[in-house]
Design a protein around this ligand. Structure first.
Ligand code: AMP
Length: 465
């Protein structure tokens, strides 16, 4: 069995790992660390939650602390690019913890805060710079930073950087870094555009891959309520008041939607904060801190703002809106399955969102359990045209069917899980028992407005945070 001693890290790093309580490398660390230490370029397919930050940060710190290379003025020895401020802060915090007994300097730059202080900070140079692409380009254009001393370049969450429109920025930034650099490239998914980009940036890379999308989804118990859009607010408040719900991330598709949910929850006497791109940096940090400290149990977030949020002990993820891109769903529910833990994801599914859910099930190869609406939600809240599996054994009044065990409604006695279908991966790689919607038009008339939304390629992306 591998432990961290096999990597022969310098003593201060080994000491930091002990202080952090890390005893065993995660699979991505086990695979990636030796390759990075040997100086290879790396193409890593891994999501947040797999320990990928340490997989690159530890060997980078080890390399930088060997030798006496000085910090380059207005420059950096290692450049890490990340899509969001949250992820950039998180990565810098990881470098700071693993490097707590070293004397390396770590600097973070991202938009939304004063550029002046960042310029001053960079005059002296830094060992490690963690940056979002937009602000990095600003600083380069203002001649506050040059990249000619970069020895190691990391691109983290490349797929998200592309989704956020950073491709052109990346294509301008990367050529400013010396060619003889070491490049480490991480992405949760590897569609062709990402693979092409990796091909441009990497030199004969070694490939490592862990936890494909479906694996995260498998660890999380997944429930869905089918209900009218107008009933979601009440249903959310209902779920949040359950005693076993203690730290919850609620996802909305838009920034406006996130604010609206927070207001509605306040009216329903549930304390919540929102985190999205229209919030100032200090508002975002305050909201995150309150959530981490346990002062506020509910954080409402858009997909992009939530990227990189690493809060241990998230008991529930609630999809107030269902994403039309299956990978977003996987990222969302992965927030409650950090570092090998399991969790419960609850989706509030209305009208056309049923079809988004179907795509998600196809992509992840998992079944999402249909749960009957609690009694008080029967009637007006129910969807009239359920194109997908209605909870079996449910009159729609919540009075029959199998009692649920485990999960968010323990002791509730009303919300029932649909039909005794085991959750988890479909046998035969997702080709197993079909949800009722797949049985054909006779048994499942499509909703009247059901022009099936396309989710690949042409569908609009959820709006940016
Ligand atoms: P990441 O995928 O980098 O966002 O890491 C997910 C979480 O796992 C973070 O909270 C890390 O602190 C934690 N972590 C990373 N590596 C290890 C390890 N070897 N042992 C225990 N926890 C770890």
């Amino acid at each position: 069995m591998t432990d961290f001693t096999t990597f022969n890290f310098k003593a201060p790093i080994a000491k930091a790992l002990e202080a952090e309580g890390y005893t065993k490398p995660t699979p991505i660390q086990e695979q990636a660390i030796p390759l990075v230490m040997e100086g290879h370029d790396l193409l890593g397919i891994a999501q947040t939650g797999t320990g990928k930050t340490a997989a690159f940060a530890l060997p980078i710190l080890d390399r930088l602390c060997r030798g006496e290379t000085p910090r380059p003025k207005r420059g950096t020895r290692c450049l890490v690019l990340a899509p969001t401020r949250e992820l950039a802060s998180q990565i810098a915090a990881s470098f700071a913890s693993y490097g707590q007994f070293l004397h390396l300097s770590i600097t973070t730059v991202f938009g939304g805060v004063s550029v002046g202080r960042q310029i001053n900070r960079l005059v002296r140079g830094t060992d490690i710079l963690v940056a979002t692409p937009g602000r990095l380009e600003d600083l380069i254009n203002q001649r506050a930073l040059k990249l000619s001393d970069v020895e190691i370049l990391v691109l983290d969450e490349a797929d998200q950087m592309l989704d956020m429109g950073f491709i052109h920025a990346l294509k301008r930034i990367v050529p400013l870094v010396p060619k003889d650099r070491q490049t480490l490239f991480f992405s949760a998914t590897m569609p062709k555009t990402i693979a092409d980009l990796a091909g441009d940036f990497l030199n004969n890379p070694k490939k490592v891959s862990v936890a494909p999308a479906a694996t995260t989804a498998e660890r999380v118990e997944q429930h869905a309520y089918f209900l009218k859009a107008g009933a979601k607010r009440q249903m959310l408040a209902h779920v949040l008041k359950k005693p076993d719900v203690d730290r919850v991330l609620v996802f909305t598709r838009t920034k406006h939607g996130a604010d609206k949910v927070v207001k509605q929850l306040a009216a329903d006497k549930v304390d919540a904060a929102a985190i999205h791109g229209n919030k100032s940096q200090s508002q975002r940090e305050r909201a995150l801190k309150a959530f981490r400290d346990g002062r506020s149990k509910v954080l409402v977030a858009t997909d992009i703002a939530a990227r990189g949020i690493d809060v241990p002990g998230v008991s529930h993820v609630i999809n107030f809106d269902i994403p039309n891109v299956p990978e977003q769903y996987v990222h969302r529910i992965g927030r409650t399955a950090r570092a090998g833990k399991s969790g419960l994801a609850i989706s509030l599914v209305s009208g056309e969102e049923q079809y988004f859910l179907r795509d998600i099930e196809r992509t992840t190869g998992t079944d999402v359990d249909r749960v009957a609406l609690p009694t008080e939600f029967a009637g007006d809240a129910e969807l009239e045209n359920v194109g997908m599996a209605k909870p079996k054994g449910s009159s729609g009044r919540g009075g029959s069917g199998r009692s649920r065990s485990g999960g968010g409604f323990k002791g509730h006695g009303k919300g029932q899980k649909a039909g005794g279908k085991p959750s988890g991966r479909k046998p035969g790689g997702g080709q197993g028992q079909k949800p009722a919607h797949a049985a054909g038009p006779k048994s499942n008339p499509k909703p009247s407005n059901a022009k099936r939304p396309r989710t690949r390629g042409k569908a609009p992306r959820p709006s940016a945070a």
